[in-house]
Design a binder for this molecule. Sequence first.
Ligand SMILES: [Zn+2]
Length: 351
Amino acid sequence: MNDVPLHHVWQYTDVDRAFWREHLEDWLPGRIFDAHTHVNEPEYRIEEMTEQRRRQYWVNEVGEPIGAAAAQRCFQTVFPGREFSCLAFGHPSLEYDIEAGNAALQAECVRRGWYRLAVVRPQWSAERLARELDLPRVLGVKVYYAMIGHDATSRDKYLEADIFDFLPHLPLELLDQRHAWLTLHVPKADRLGHPRNISQIKQIRREYPNIVVVIAHLGRSYTMPHARESLPQLADDEGLYFDNSAVLNPDVHRYALETLGPARILFGTDNPIFYMRGRRQWHGRTYVNRTDYPFHFNSRREPPEVESRYTLFMYEALRAIRRACDELGLSRSQVEAIFHGNADRLICKAG
Ligand SMILES: [Zn+2]
């Protein structure tokens, strides 16, 4: 047992080392760029996580904030011997002091050579937004429907909002002038395939063509039905990008690579959440997260001999990406594009 503390309740264990050696070490490129990672100094959480909210939603139980120093230590642990950089942003939530979180991460990005997206509110003036975009190592913005307003009792009060409700035209104009990067987590229970999401993304691409638009989590396509309903509708737009963070399903990775091509997909982890140990199972349009920690959501445990073989969710995601790339016979340079080349190109555009 050589367990090393990772984050929250998670350790890095011999199971993970063996998994790395067996599935990832010889395959992952020498340079890794994580295009979707959350870094937030824990002291800037201004609202305490309550027992009631932990029971509401699994991410509330696993989504403990990670500061920059701890994040760097974790990257070095999970990617041994790799050159690593990332595009980091805080938790887009009004439970955090957004201004303080942005400012702290700004200094850390300069110090560590990372890039940053500013977490922004739709109510901000153009001047306020411009001040963020003027800072070094800031590529653009992370927007989210929960930034419209705060409701401590529900995370989904604004789930059905339109994209333009949390990303109005005023900031879009400025982002377009600046050729800035926009990571967009789409709203609505129907996910990316909702007709209003599709039409508004097309409208943004048409009216603001200089923005580097990256749709987060393959449009929240965690299951095959969600991927099939949405990705083909955006396949024609060669200038529209996606990050594959938080997607564990190998079939979805393969389908996204086939539909969009490897030049439009950026590797991302969605850490620190994906330091969770376990695996995910899919049933139609839903999924179940299996893990070995007694969280409220983890009520249907697997047998101990199965749990003892669990590795990190992010390693499961990497194996799924590898499987998809292998099945499609992608070249080394196409694999490298996913893990850093596409990001390099977009950073040049947005930086
Ligand atoms: Zn995220």
